[in-house]
Design a protein around this ligand. Structure first.
Ligand SMILES: Cc1ncc(COP(=O)(O)O)c(C=O)c1O
Length: 461
């Protein structure tokens, strides 16, 4: 098998002259919380990025298949976003929302123009965790109810309320945080009780939301929160109709519906600008982060004027939320998505990658499932297709091999057995083909010499 080569780039990376990776690692170990973790056996130090590529300290280039954890939406250091930041940085970096500045309402108007229905009022914060915390507050203040339904296998953040709504033991500390939060069965067609071949699976999974309302709450709830596609949980795509039925149950119990679009938003799913639109619903509150700023600390809660009004009952303030620099960058990101047709690109290249992955699934038995929408894709590895036992060690090994071959990827799922591919939306066909070739090589290598395991598609259960 020939070694895949990265498509060429015009960008000339600078020669890196800073401290070595070993020195940086030693500094990190001494002065930085051990709570922040590193990928790879031999940690990777990235020092430059341009569009879909990043460079390490040795000058080696990689295709960034994870986009800074689904955050680089339009490309590393995109010139339009960089220029917007530069202009604003040189004019006024910070003022807070107690004074007027055009960037905040202009960005809000642009963002609201992308939303359906009555979702027209924005509140800017700095991270996805903060956005979800604020959405929860709004839901409770608006409805006067306390209980919230979230989903198992969800990730909504690392602060106390984010951890409460998150449903993975790996991310939950043993401190009081989940009072009033109930987790419904994850509508996971691969691992859940209702499979992909059940046309009624969406309604069946949503019935558990109703069960929780009836048996675990006072019968009235503040709201329901779900990622439109579960990202950290391993790119779980809900069966058609799930959110529609779940929303009906929640609204009937007085609650509002919150869509966490932190990973699925901004055209990444390809067919739609927002992930919830793939399920044919309109939420009452939408939370945004990551791709909204293409790497700057920017997040938002978008809701209806009626729900937004509850925050004026008390004083509510966020020092950096709506900062003029990040608002300029957020607006520039939206302009790039439109001008460069990045949603269409996500659709086209997502299809190309997914169909290539389907072929690899026929070739390598360890691939249990490939799924996702647009450029938010997951490849679930299993030791055995019948038992679906997660192939955690193998997943880590594939990531290592891909890194060696110039492709950075993520992993997800409770067991860390799902490979995640969510590159900047500006990747090309050549990048997609490179990604598939690297994958092929990595799975081939996993089999080891002399132990061919490939078998024809028909023979695979
Ligand atoms: C779906 C989702 N919601 C919320 C968050 C939390 O965002 P942040 O890390 O910016 O607090 C994340 C982060 O990965 C996420 O994936």
């Amino acid at each position: 098998m020939t070694t895949p080569t990265l498509p060429p780039t015009q960008h000339q990376a600078r020669t890196y002259t800073g401290p070595s990776a070993d020195q940086v690692l030693a500094l990190r170990k001494q002065f930085v919380s051990p709570g922040i973790f590193l990928y790879y056996k031999n940690p990777l130090m990235l020092v430059e990025g341009k569009m879909q590529y990043v460079w390490d300290d040795s000058g080696k280039r990689y295709l960034d298949g994870l986009g800074g954890i689904v955050t680089i939406s339009v490309g590393h250091c995109h010139p339009h976003v960089v220029e917007a930041a530069r202009l604003q940085n040189e004019t006024l970096q910070h003022s807070t929302t107690i004074y007027l500045h055009p960037n905040l309402p202009e960005f809000a108007r642009k963002l609201a123009s992308k939303m359906p229905g009555d979702l027209k009022v924005c509140y800017f914060v700095n991270s996805g965790s903060e956005a979800n915390d604020l959405a929860l507050l709004m839901a409770r203040a608006y409805t006067g109810n306390f209980d919230v339904i979230a989903l198992r296998n969800a990730y909504h953040g690392g602060n106390v309320s984010g951890m409460a709504m998150t449903s993975h033991s790996t991310w939950k500390f043993n401190v009081p945080h989940s009072f009033g939060v109930h987790h419904a069965i994850a509508p996971d067609p691969y691992r859940g009780p209702h499979g992909l071949n059940d046309p009624d699976a969406g309604r069946k999974y949503a019935a558990d939301v109703k069960q929780l309302i009836d048996f675990a709450s006072p019968g009235q709830v503040a709201g329901f929160i779900a990622e439109s596609i579960q990202g950290v949980g391993g790119v779980v795509v809900f069966p058609d109709g799930y959110l529609k039925h779940a929303y009906e149950h929640v609204r009937a119990a007085g609650g509002v519906c919150i869509a966490d679009e932190v990973q699925a938003g901004f055209g990444r799913t390809g067919t739609h600008f927002w992930g919830f639109e793939t399920q044919g619903v309109i939420p009452d509150i939408v939370t945004l982060a990551k791709g909204i700023g293409n790497g700057c600390p920017l997040a938002a809660v978008v809701t209806t004027p009626r729900i937004a009004a509850v925050l004026s009952k008390k004083i509510h303030f966020n020092t950096f939320g709506g900062n003029p620099v990040v608002c300029a960058m957020g607006k520039a990101v939206l302009e790039v998505i439109e001008r460069e047709n990045l949603q269409e690109n996500s659709l086209k290249l997502g299809r190309r990658v997914l169909s290539g992955l389907e072929k690899l699934k026929d070739k390598y038995e360890i691939i249990g499932d490939v799924r996702g929408k647009g450029l938010l894709l997951g490849i679930e590895l299993v030791k055995d297709r019948a038992t679906r036992e997660p192939a955690k060690t193998e997943c880590a090994q594939v990531l290592e091999t891909c890194r060696d071959l110039g492709l950075l990827l993520g992993k997800g799922g409770l067991s860390g057995s799902v490979i995640r591919f969510a590159p900047p939306m500006c990747i090309t066909e050549a990048d997609a083909d490179f990604m598939l070739a690297v994958f092929d090589a990595a799975f081939h290598q996993l089999q080891g010499p002399g132990t061919p395991k490939a078998r024809p598609a028909m023979a695979i259960a």
